[in-house]
Design a protein around this ligand. Structure first.
Ligand SMILES: Cc1cc2nc3c(=O)[nH]c(=O)nc-3n(C[C@H](O)[C@H](O)[C@H](O)COP(=O)(O)OP(=O)(O)OC[C@H]3O[C@@H](n4cnc5c(N)ncnc54)[C@H](O)[C@@H]3O)c2cc1C
Length: 636
């Protein structure tokens, strides 16, 4: 954009958000709620918070992110609760650390929730227009220019454009420029980013065909109902049960695999037509069949997408094979002999900004004031996008106020793990959050996101008095219940024997506390409460949380001390502009990687793959010598 161009006075904002997807909406809401005058520009308002893949929120690690966003003052959990049609708690037989909710949502209600939240948000101006250019002067963002020639000014711009930049759809050997199928792509902005000096790469993702519910033989399929227990995502929501929208299970078979194998010569994945790398953890069905030739069958879930829609999503059946093959593949599945496809499956390639170009607060290192969030950073998923969105929105608003940026530590939340992985290690394929990426799983649970994030949300001005009051009440009740369980002694041997009747529970002498019994394998809060009932029964959330805190007390304490040890490394700041070439003894690989990532702390440097512990020690010594040298110079 040319120097010296100016926008109209009414077109001057503190923060501009480009893109109204999951990242863009959270960013715009956080920024405006923190008092920054914010503009949200979306090329199509009707696709606000659109779900181009399965309309489901949550699942392992993703559900943790949604709870964290909620605790911090974001919208995603409320949007999911406001649109849920089927919900389940996953991993109930596994440990507390990986237990999480997964909701199937009505995609229209979810979209409308965000649409209303953004449209009604004071301080947020929503506008339909395509951004074609980012205005940068002297390494700082000044604003944007749109497709209809309007110039908007702002010192902070958040890029949240998802899969639209340079979007190209593939179905078999056919390919064409497109956003998610049926949407226009945004070709100009990618060029503007490249011209601004950002490195831009290519990735790909894909989705499944949607079939007509009236053409499926539901009786032939295994049914999975919503959980009988009431659930909700938000800390301030009302748990509910759901009925009438079951999910169903079917499976691929030899016939399906034969159709796939015989169509590979027309697959854009296998003919080399697609350049971008796809998501390892969400591979297409043709990928699965090729990678696991001995596997006789793959599970496919048939799931509703909205209350008043006949379209059915086919989870685990992503494909970009030609349409005629898709029809044969679908019809080879039990229950789907007569199924009619309403939308084809497809793959989409798009531009992304390799995230090692970003600071741990999501601001571009070489373009001050430009923040990036969501799929543009190489992630995949609504929850990953929304997490980055709220963090980018918060940091843009903090920057407007002239305050220090917010960096979430890995030990505080999955959000911290996500951003740290992205900016430190980068990604060469769509990054998806997994519980296995997190080293402090027992501390970062679905149930305790409020303790980890709400004090921060309150401090930032994202949680109002009412929400804060509700949390305080819940935290007091939890403290009281834990205290009661630790102080209550059981003296009746028969009652103790009843509680410890399980095979691994062991024995205990009279006088044992309720908390000590609760720590035994197989013993639940309910079993203990039968023998030692509380005066007033705490609500389900408090009961479950008290049980987890007591049962895993020892492990939790151990993880806390590991965090303390790691914090020391996180506190050692690496000076800006450090010359890695002048540190003697560093391996060349480490030197190059450190110079490319430019970590902010010693802890971050230690997580760069290929940088050895010996190099970290050399770096530490160098920083210390440097610090002493500066101190001496100052004294002199
Ligand atoms: C085909 C497909 C399959 C997917 N499969 C999966 C999956 O299996 N699992 C999974 O977890 N996730 C999947 N996803 C990813 C999930 O949809 C995204 O991760 C998520 O939507 C990203 O959110 P976002 O806010 O970053 O971007 P999006 O939701 O894509 O939103 C981007 C927004 O930017 C706007 N925009 C773009 N360019 C401009 C511009 N120049 N000016 C103004 N506005 C602009 C668009 O209108 C849109 O509102 C899939 C996505 C697609 C498209």
């Amino acid at each position: 954009m040319a120097r010296g161009e100016k926008g109209l006075e009414e077109n001057v904002f503190d923060v501009i958000v480009i893109g109204g997807g999951h990242a863009g909406c959270e960013a715009a809401l956080a920024s405006s709620r923190m008092g920054a005058k914010t503009l949200l520009l979306n090329l199509l308002l009707d696709n606000t918070a659109m779900m181009p893949c399965n309309p489901s929120i949550g699942g392992p690690a993703k559900g943790h992110l949604t709870r964290e966003i909620d605790a911090l003052g974001g919208e995603q959990a409320a949007a999911a609760d406001g649109s849920t049609i089927h919900i389940r708690m996953l991993n109930t037989s596994k440990g507390a650390a990986v237990r999480t909710l997964r909701a199937q949502c009505d995609l229209r209600d979810y979209h409308l929730w965000y649409r209303r939240a953004c449209d009604m948000q004071p301080g947020l101006c929503v506008m339909q227009d395509q951004v074609t250019d980012i205005w940068i002067e002297n390494g700082r963002v000044r604003g944007v220019r749109t497709g209809i020639g309007t110039i908007y000014e702002a010192g902070r711009v958040i890029l949240a454009t998802g899969t639209f930049l340079g979007g190209k759809v593939h179905i078999g050997l056919t390919s064409f420029p497109s956003g998610p199928l049926g949407q226009v792509p945004a070709p100009a902005l990618g060029k503007s980013l490249r011209e601004a000096g950002l490195q831009v790469g290519r990735l790909k993702t894909g989705t499944t065909p949607r079939i007509h519910a009236g053409t499926v033989d539901w009786e032939a399929l295994e049914r999975q109902e919503s959980a009988p227990e009431p659930y909700c995502f938000s800390h301030w929501g009302t748990p509910k049960t759901f009925s009438g929208f079951a999910c169903f299970l079917t499976r691929t078979n030899n016939e399906t695999h034969e159709v796939i194998r015989s169509s590979l010569d027309r697959s854009p994945l296998f003919t080399g037509a697609i350049e971008g790398r796809g998501p390892r953890y969400c591979p297409s069905i043709e990928d699965r069949v090729v990678r696991f030739p001995d596997k006789e069958s793959h599970l496919v879930f048939l799931e509703p997408v909205a209350r008043d829609s006949v379209e059915i999503y086919m989870q685990n059946f992503t494909t970009s094979l030609p349409f005629d093959s898709q029809v044969r593949m679908v019809r080879s599945l039990p229950g789907c002999r007569n199924a009619r496809i309403m939308r084809p499956g497809y793959a989409i390639e798009y531009d992304f900004v390799p995230p090692t170009q970003l600071e741990p607060w999501l601001e571009a290192k070489n373009i001050r004031g430009l923040f990036c969030a969501g799929q543009i950073n190489g992630t995949s998923g609504y929850e990953e996008a929304a997490s980055q969105g709220i963090l980018a929105g918060i940091n843009a608003a903090l920057s407007v106020r002239g305050e220090e940026p917010l960096v979430i530590e890995r030990s505080r939340g999955y959000m911290g793990v996500l951003v740290d992985d992205l900016v430190t290690r980068g990604t060469e394929e769509p990054y998806r959050m997994l519980t296995s990426r997190c080293e402090y799983r027992l501390l970062l649970r679905h149930d305790n996101a409020d303790h980890r994030f709400s004090p921060l949300g309150r401090e930032l001005g994202l949680l109002d008095d009412e929400r804060w009051r509700i949390l305080q009440g819940r935290w007091k009740a939890l403290e009281k219940e834990i205290d009661r369980l630790k102080k209550t002694r059981l003296r009746d041997p028969e009652a103790i024997g009843n509680i410890l009747s399980g095979p691994e529970a062991g024995t205990a002498e009279p006088g044992v506390t309720a908390a000590e019994l609760l720590k035994r394998p197989g013993v639940t809060w309910e079993m203990v409460a039968r023998a030692a009932p509380p005066g007033q029964e705490p609500d389900t959330e408090v009961r479950e949380r008290a049980e987890i805190e007591i049962k895993y007390e020892g492990y939790i304490a151990r993880q806390i001390s590991q965090v303390e040890r790691m914090k020391r490394m996180e506190q050692v700041k690496i000076p800006d502009g450090i010359d890695y070439g002048s540190i003697r003894g560093l391996l060349n690989e480490s030197r190059q990687k450190l110079a490319a990532v430019r970590p902010r702390t010693l802890g971050q440097a230690g997580r760069i793959s290929g940088v050895t512990p010996a190099d970290i020690m050399l770096l530490e010594v160098f920083i210390e010598q440097n610090r002493r040298g500066m101190e001496n110079a100052r004294k002199e």
